[in-house]
Design a protein around this ligand. Sequence first.
Ligand code: 13P
Ligand code: SF4
Length: 332
Amino acid sequence: MTEECGQTSRRRACTLAAAADDVLLREIERLRRDRRAVILAHNYQIGPVQDVADFVGDSLELSRAAAATDAEVIVFCGVHFMAETAAILWPEKTVLLPDLEAGCSLAATIDADQLRAWKAEHPSAVVVAYVNTSAEVKAEADVCCTSTNAVEVVRGIPEDKEILFLPDMFLGAYIEQVTGRKLHVWMGECHVHAGIRPDDILAAQAAHPGAELLIHPECGCVSNCMAHLAWGDLPADRTHILSTGGMMRHVRKSPAPEFVVATETGILHRLHKENPGKRFHPVSDAAVCQYMKRITLEKVHRSLADLVHRVTVPEDVAVRARRAIERMLVVV
Ligand code: 13P
Ligand code: SF4
């Protein structure tokens, strides 16, 4: 085959793929209307899924969106614990997860039996559970938190109370440093964020010396970065430890033209889209959550067409988990 012919067939393949995407998008649109559905997507979803969503946000914003929507069907483009949170808050709605294999390595680090055993060792402690946990674990917790409000949730607990914080050890260490409180911290981690090391941040900072640094508090570098901040190796005025929603808000109002981003790379789609004049550099191209990336437009379409996969939580578990989530929602 000649080079010209090769190029022609590639162009034809591209045109056909674009036409197929168009049909798929139109079908999603029709089904969304017919089903009275809303599509929610986390900031780590692939670009086309973010683009088709009614609302894109971080885990706290998505919980609030799920609680506020009057749609009958919620297609949750995120991971399993997020869809479960929506099902707990709104049990009469149909909550769909387009791929049941979209799990979370962090949520998998603790189950309800392990938490009950830990609580038995500290019977008077207050249990603070990050939302990245199963419904059964939330049901055993006193209050939930996300990376947006974890510090405020802990600050709201009386000083004389022992606290069990789970399951992210880096977020736990970060909260200890910010609040000055000693927590019992579960030794769990998210494999994506744990892979972002202090040296990666220092290298990115050296490569882009004028850029602002945005670091997610789940990162394996976070407590170490706070030490580097104190030593002056990192610019205190240009380093910000933020949830993914916090990053979006910060970039919107910051006059800086350039940012180094330490979190899952899916957020770069939204950062570029909403801030076209600014430049963004991921600290690590390898920071990709394969669970978040399981959701595709085809699966969103199937989800709406066949109403799959419905996520439900048994009522006895949901009642207790809801209490912990609702306590969080009144904090910030
Ligand atoms: P936020 O969306 O709260 O920043 O959390 C990130 C995350 O890892 C969700 O899985
Ligand atoms: Fe879980 Fe980490 Fe993926 Fe978030 S990025 S869903 S914490 S594995």
